[in-house]
Design a protein around this ligand. Structure first.
Ligand code: SF4
Ligand code: FES
Length: 152
């Protein structure tokens, strides 16, 4: 099991990257949904923490459908104006469902998932559901759709 954790800090915010949790949604680096000047998998290191301001980086990290990208403010004492250091602090105002091309179904918002045994699991911010049927963590996407012929 790959437990690599990397951190990137600009002095204000630290982005924490856990590659084993990435489901390759592409949200963070595609132009339409991402911040490609900061997140660019073609470069090494792939995160340029100085390429955007702290607010933009935090907003983008919150869009990651897993906890592959998380962040925290380095100096919480100086951040009481806009205390958005935790993605959990801000409840999504509404639930939005987004179909990712050839990928998962993203549900934005705080939701309850009930499994087939009736167990309830609380999910926050963004939850990524498998559409291709081959995820090993069904009903959630684990990135297995990458490299398959799944179209939809
Ligand atoms: S799962 Fe998160 S880190 Fe991985 S590509 Fe999607 S947004 Fe980026
Ligand atoms: S859609 Fe990602 S593993 Fe199925």
């Amino acid at each position: 099991m790959d437990n690599i954790i990397k951190k990137y800090s600009n002095g204000e915010v630290t982005v924490v990257w856990q590659p084993s949790l990435c489901i390759h949604s592409r949200i963070c680096f595609e132009k339409a949904t991402g911040l490609p000047e900061v997140f660019n998998p073609k470069l090494k290191p792939w995160i340029d923490i100085y390429a955007a301001d702290t607010d933009q980086i935090i907003a983008q990290v919150k869009k990651c459908p897993t906890e592959a990208l998380t962040c925290f403010l380095n100096d919480l004492e100086n951040s009481d104006d806009d205390t958005d250091e935790s993605p959990d602090d801000q409840a999504a105002p509404e639930t939005v469902v987004q179909v990712m091309k050839n990928g998962p179904l993203l549900v934005y918002g705080n939701i309850t998932v009930k499994d087939s045994d009736g167990n309830e699991i609380q999910k926050k911010n963004v939850t990524s559901f498998c559409r291709c049927g081959i995820s090993k963590t069904n009903p959630y996407c684990d990135g297995s759709h990458i490299g398959t012929n799944f179209k939809g």
